[in-house]
Design a protein around this ligand. Structure first.
Ligand SMILES: O=C(CO)[C@H](O)[C@H](O)COP(=O)(O)O
Length: 247
């Protein structure tokens, strides 16, 4: 399936390192009354097993739910100075929150392509504040909507939603895998994230299609062993990357 790729092309072009599996537990599924303990329990730097923390920001307008904002990110940053805070802005006016999230200590700012008419200006603003840039696609949005941004190497990551954004605990949409494959085929070096319904029973499809950054809420936070599930997800992605690299 991926035999047009080889080791030399399947690299993170900017950092000149092989593309890596990254597991990003979604805090949406955690016990918010114990936010610090829950966060540190999944981070490898703090005794857990994950590389990133995924922070879902919902405004009750772009999606039919309200979650958390920059105030909480700021507290997380103080408590976890080394953590990679992967912030997914499910908001109608992503331009409005760049400064607040940068000041709060967000590591990456992922906006929805459907929510802006001037993605390049938004990307410039995010970069000017020192954050990495992600762009997200709702299930009904085609991969082609971000080709121009990816062709110009303007984003660090594309997020393919595998549920309708707004709520955790939904079923994985396997019909999003052709979109992931289309992006992976066109952009061998890009971080491609999937989000929604990922766990041990769905990871193989996502990894095979080419996703390397895995958001997992329910499957990690509700597991008897968070570490075991995280390792299982990472191993599956690592195997898929290795298989592609050797074809
Ligand atoms: O963005 C989201 C919802 O909009 C969540 O990150 C996503 O649904 C992850 O939760 P789960 O793994 O429980 O499906």
């Amino acid at each position: 399936m991926f035999n047009h790729l080889d080791k030399s092309t399947y690299l993170d072009a900017k950092k000149k390192v092989p593309l890596k599996p990254i597991i990003a537990p979604s805090l949406l599924a955690c016990d918010f009354s114990r936010l610090f303990e829950e966060s540190s329990s999944v981070l490898s730097a703090d005794g857990g097993a994950s590389e990133w923390l995924h922070v879902d920001v919902m405004d009750g307008h772009f999606v039919p739910n309200i979650s958390i904002g920059s105030v909480v990110v700021s507290s997380l940053r103080k408590a976890l100075p080394q953590a990679f805070l992967d912030c997914h802005l499910m908001v109608s006016h992503p331009e409005q929150w760049v400064d607040d999230f940068a000041s709060a200590g967000a590591s990456q700012y992922t906006f929805h392509i459907e929510a802006t008419t001037s993605p390049k200006g938004l990307i410039d603003a995010i970069r000017a504040k020192g954050m990495q840039v992600g762009v997200a696609l709702k299930p009904g949005t085609p991969a082609s909507s971000v080709f121009e941004l990816c062709d110009a190497d303007l984003v660090d990551m594309v997020l393919v939603m595998t549920v309708e954004p707004g709520f955790g605990g939904q079923s994985f949409m396997s019909n999003m895998m052709p979109k992931v494959l289309e992006l992976r085929t066109k952009y061998p070096a890009l971080n491609i994230q999937v989000d929604g319904g990922l766990g041990p029973s769905t990871i193989a499809a996502a990894a095979e299609a080419g996703a390397n950054v895995i958001v997992a809420g329910t499957s990690v936070f509700r597991a008897p062993s968070r570490k075991q599930v995280t390792d299982e997800l990472r191993d599956c992605v690592a195997k898929a990357i290795a298989t592609r690299s050797h074809l």
